[in-house]
Write a new protein. Structure first.
Length: 249
């Protein structure tokens, strides 16, 4: 339909932009930002990624869009303090793309970003197919020196075999488990267990969707390494990061 047709030209028309959401330590120091893709349609306005990303995947457009986003995000990171990381989401099609590892290496080289400042986020659904090649891809990225996060952990197909077999640096606990944390003892037990599991495997843990001070304090007390969510900061355009950092502790 119409939306689908506009999506095909959105990249050339400059309709995509990127917002950045802070990742912070439990002491509220900024550690980096996650890049989030946005599409502003000239007539309809902003269209949520949950609508257009699956569409772009289906029409084979996501690889091109992802390439553009990766370069944007790496360039943005070059203008931040040199210990900040930038996290980029990889959709299934991008992760499964033959040229992914070359693209990542070339982009880092082109932009001059240190590999360990780039964090690639993949979800478990990506790993459902092609297990042997997936391991190759993750190992190659690992050798390049980029960091790899398992996004939305605990939802969908959560299988502990992924943690055993794949070289993740970080597990991101899905916001579903954080939402009712303060009032939900079962949720607390699950989050505590994920933190222990990750640390036992030598991985870091990020909590997503932290919306209240109470949640942040609880997560700090339980040893969660990084926090992300509206309580710590909303997604903002690259141009707003300077001001955000001046206002944060
Ligand atoms: O703000 P939020 O609505 O951005 O994101 C919704 C979903 O879209 C999330 O699951 C997020 O991971 C995904 N998403 C956001 N930006 C990107 C991107 O650049 N690439 C991919 N593949 N997914 C993204
Ligand atoms: O799948 P992924 O984790 O990449 O998606 C992140 C999504 O979660 C984005 O849509 C982002 O805007 C949203 N998000 C980030 N922080 C919060 C939060 O504190 N609360 C809620 N409800 N959504 C959040
Ligand atoms: Na993500
Ligand atoms: Mn997530």
């Amino acid at each position: 339909e119409m939306l689908r047709r506009s999506l095909r030209t959105a990249l050339q028309e400059g309709e995509f932009f990127v917002e950045y959401q802070p990742l912070v330590s439990p002491a509220f120091e900024v550690l980096g930002f996650e890049a989030l893709l946005r599409w502003r349609h000239p007539l309809i306005g902003n269209i949520p990624p949950s609508v257009f990303i699956p569409m772009a995947e289906k029409d084979g457009l996501m690889s091109e869009i992802g390439k553009w986003l990766l370069e944007q995000a790496c360039r943005a990171a070059m203008s931040w303090p040199s210990h900040f990381t930038v996290a980029v989401n990889l959709s299934p099609a991008e992760f499964l793309h033959e040229g992914l590892t070359d693209r990542v290496a070339q982009t880092l080289d082109l932009v001059g970003l240190r590999p360990d400042r780039l964090e690639l986020e993949i979800t478990e659904s990506v790993l459902l197919e092609r297990t042997i090649n997936n391991l190759d891809t993750l190992n190659t990225l690992n050798v390049l020196g980029v960091q790899i996060s398992l996004d939305d952990f605990g939802t969908f197909y959560s299988s502990l075999s992924y943690l055993k077999n794949f070289p993740f640096d970080t597990i991101k606990i899905d916001q579903y488990f954080i939402k009712d944390l303060e009032h939900d003892e079962k949720g607390q037990t699950i989050v505590r267990s994920i933190i222990a599991l990750a640390h036992g495997l030598g991985m870091h843990v990020t909590a997503e969707g932290v919306e209240t001070e109470g949640q942040a304090i609880w997560l700090e007390k339980e040893g969660c390494d990084r926090l992300q969510g509206y309580f710590l900061g909303f997604p903002i355009p690259a141009e707003a990061i300077g001001e955000f950092l001046r206002k944060s502790p």
